[in-house]
Design a protein around this ligand. Structure first.
Ligand code: SAH
Length: 400
């Protein structure tokens, strides 16, 4: 069997059950050449003194050289393990996710499948949409797909392994139907009473930002009679939630015309009063400045930008961008207004994000109240041993 032996002292993070092994921690990799060259081969990981640490998926080209499948010496990595974990992940969602048929069934490391994302859209049977983002889950793709079909009863599986992280694993980008029917151009989901059209084949990620479900609900609950500005609106998730919550007006801004078209389609699907909504195909940074120059103001502002920091090297530049939009947000917010602000950059911690937002409030001379700290929904669990899993963080702020 392929065996990875760590350098002395490098077992510490594994003993804390952190699931990633970096090249700098590895003393030697021993095994047959075909095992060493095959991405996703299961390897035994041991300390420099030969103590068992874990079984992990080996990824010869990746900076994350191996990802742990199991810390349990008696747990083989096989079809039964895959089935067991999928069953468990699904049972957890069925018990805890409510009022939606857009559910993240598997969230990577937290569910024991490093690098795997599976979203289930449209229920009975709907579509399972998978992203295989590491060599380990790629090697077990067929077994994972079969277990997913068996456990969910959904025969339609579509692969969206087109995220650039695959390249870092030395895996090609692929999309296509893995089982059952090809997805329709539009799959309808209903979340907290709002209908959304999801484009599984070409939408962002797997088609929809499922992670913002609870935060959309929060916006819905606070939108009544407010003038709302939704920045980086994509297909209008927060805009629709605000309209459902009785917003007086909603301006939605995004630089993707296609996403805006789906947003408008979503509005029609729900029968909302189109006169209340404007959809602007524009750059948020420039538009916020021009709104400030025109002396405009809003009772509720949502800032949910794309990932500004794609790696730790980009944190400084990203921090400036976050500060910029949040400063403008505070300036455009009326007294008594709410600002919902997010970062989905894994490299920016919740603590740092709060500091950036505090700096923006300070520059805007606002003593903002932090009403809530926000994160992804319960179907995106963060594990105690793997804080990297918490990529989405947000704040609900009030301008007194
Ligand atoms: N809030 C959305 C998800 C946002 S994803 C939701 O809840 O569904 C980020 C969005 O920002 C994308 O749709 C992208 O097109 C848009 N975007 C990126 N840079 C932008 C910019 N400078 N100005 C306007 N939109 C931008």
């Amino acid at each position: 069997m392929l065996t990875i032996t760590l350098k002395p002292g490098k077992e510490k993070s594994l003993l804390r059950r952190h699931p990633w092994i970096f090249p700098t921690a590895i003393d030697r990799v021993e095994g047959k050449p075909e095992e060493k060259n095959k991405p996703g081969t299961t390897a035994l990981v041991q300390s420099s003194s030969g103590q068992f640490l874990a079984r992990a998926a080996f990824s010869p080209k990746s900076q994350i050289r191996a990802r742990v499948w199991s810390f349990n010496e008696n747990e083989p990595i096989d079809h039964a393990l895959i089935k067991r974990r999928i069953k468990k992940a699904l049972a957890y969602r069925m018990a805890n996710v409510r009022d939606t048929d857009a559910i993240r069934v598997i969230f990577g490391e937290a569910d024991g499948f490093p690098g795997l994302v599976v979203d289930w859209y449209g229920g009975k049977p709907g579509w399972l949409v998978c992203q295989f983002q590491s060599a380990g889950v790629e090697a077990w793709k067929v077994a994972i797909m079969q277990a997913l079909i068996a456990e969910t009863g959904c025969p339609n599986v579509y692969e969206r392994s087109d995220a650039s992280v695959r390249e870092r694993e030395g895996l090609p980008l692929v999309t296509g139907t893995l089982a059952g029917n090809e997805p329709d151009a539009e799959t309808l989901v209903t979340e907290n009473g709002v209908r959304y059209a999801v484009d599984i084949k070409t939408g962002h990620k797997t088609g929809f930002y499922i992670d913002q479900r609870d935060n959309r609900k929060l916006v819905m609950e606070h939108a009544s009679e407010r003038d709302v500005l939704n920045c980086f609106c994509y297909t209008g998730g927060f805009s629709l939630a605000a309209l459902k919550g009785g917003a007086k007006s909603v301006i939605s801004i995004d630089s993707s015309g296609e996403a805006l078209a789906v947003g408008q389609r979503n509005m029609a699907l729900n029968g909302f009063d189109t006169a209340k909504a404007e959809w602007w195909d524009a750059d948020v940074f420039k538009t916020l400045r021009s709104l400030r120059e025109q002396g405009k103001s809003f009772d509720m502002i949502v800032l949910d930008p794309p990932k500004f920091a794609s790696s730790p090297d980009h944190v400084d530049r990203a921090a400036r961008a976050y500060k910029d939009i949040n400063l403008l947000g505070f300036q455009l917010l009326r007294e008594g207004g709410f600002l919902f602000t997010y970062s989905c950059s894994g490299a920016i911690s919740a603590d740092l994000f709060q500091k950036i937002v505090a700096g923006a409030a300070n520059d805007a001379k606002v003593d903002a109240h932090i009403l809530k700290r926000l994160s992804a929904g319960v179907d995106h669990p963060m594990t105690t041993s793997f804080p990297e899993g918490e990529y989405l963080k947000g704040l609900m702020l009030h301008k007194p």
